[in-house]
Write a protein that binds this ligand. Structure first.
Ligand SMILES: Nc1ncnc2c1ncn2[C@@H]1O[C@H](COP(=O)(O)OP(=O)(O)OP(=O)(O)O)[C@@H](O)[C@H]1O
Ligand SMILES: [Mg+2]
Length: 256
């Protein structure tokens, strides 16, 4: 198993946001995470990405517990998370955002020597490598034609796609996506669906949170449903979405 979440719990004071959650992710699959507002979805992904530290439990990545690593170290291990709302710099271009997201490559290539690039520019060969990679990822994410646009000029769907492209340029083995379809229109969701299927065919494993049952229901091979921080259903996506406890969590017991 690529990722094995074991009895993960996160408390914020008296509130248990994630309660004894266990699930696994196999290489190459798309795993969906469903659950109503406040059910602990973002907290779970933030724990996996090292952004939050668990109160208890283990996050085993390729047989090693990574729950004490920093977000940067987790990303270096191949686990990268995108954010529910991308925080971009409106006055920087799409390509400049991609350069910022290349920091892992620069660190790998130059180590501490990367500090020199602040004063004298990037070594030409590394610069070519980064530009090539950025070009590939923008193409994969259908953003090539907006390469030189300022982020402030992007649609919300474009901003979210740039968040995915920035995650992808870190070379993830597992990409964790927090509500990539929220706020998107029909055509943007169709585009996102195609991009995510392409990422899968490029060998990236995906773990996706979303409320959009149509979108994630079609995409996810397997799903987990959370309610009040706990797993209430797991299995084939269609079975999870039809599960009585899941329907009741979203719509109330009357509808289940
Ligand atoms: N940093 C924090 N401090 C205190 N409480 C928090 C913190 N982060 C999340 N919570 C609480 O933990 C619970 C789970 O929040 P979380 O953001 O994980 O839910 P979610 O399932 O992602 O919801 P949504 O669908 O609205 O994004 C909520 O009650 C939330 O208010
Ligand atoms: Mg959330």
């Amino acid at each position: 198993m690529l990722l094995d979440i074991q009895n993960l719990t996160k408390r914020f004071g008296g509130l248990t946001a994630v309660s004894n959650v266990s699930f696994g992710v196999e290489r190459g699959e798309i795993v969906g995470i469903f659950g109503p507002n406040g059910s602990g979805k973002t907290t779970t992904l933030s724990l996996i990405a090292g952004i939050l530290k668990p109160t208890s439990g283990a996050i085993v990545w390729k047989d090693r517990d990574i729950s004490t690593l920093t977000p940067f170290e987790v990303a270096q291990q191949g686990l990268v998370k995108t954010f529910q709302n991308p925080q971009l710099f409106p006055e920087l271009t799409v390509a400049q955002h991609m350069r910022i997201a290349c920091h892992l490559h620069v660190k790998r290539a130059l180590g501490i020597g990367r500090l020199r690039t602040l004063f004298s520019g990037m070594p030409a060969e590394l610069d070519r490598t980064l530009e090539h990679k950025i070009g590939q990822m923008l193409e994969l994410c259908r953003l090539s034609s907006q390469r030189n646009d300022e982020a402030g000029a992007l649609s919300y769907g474009g901003e979210k796609m740039l968040g995915v492209a920035m995650g992808m340029v870190c070379d993830p083995e597992l990409l964790l996506l927090d509500e990539p379809a929220s706020g998107l229109g029909h055509d943007e969701i169709t585009n996102l669906d195609a991009v995510l299927r392409d990422l899968k065919s490029h060998g990236v494993t995906l773990c996706i949170i979303d409320h959009k049952v149509g979108f994630l229901g079609r995409l996810a091979d397997r799903s987990i449903a959370l309610h009040h921080g706990a797993v209430i259903a797991t299995g084939k996506t269609e079975d999870v979405l039809a599960n009585e406890a899941v329907v009741a969590a979203y719509l109330g017991k009357k509808h289940a």
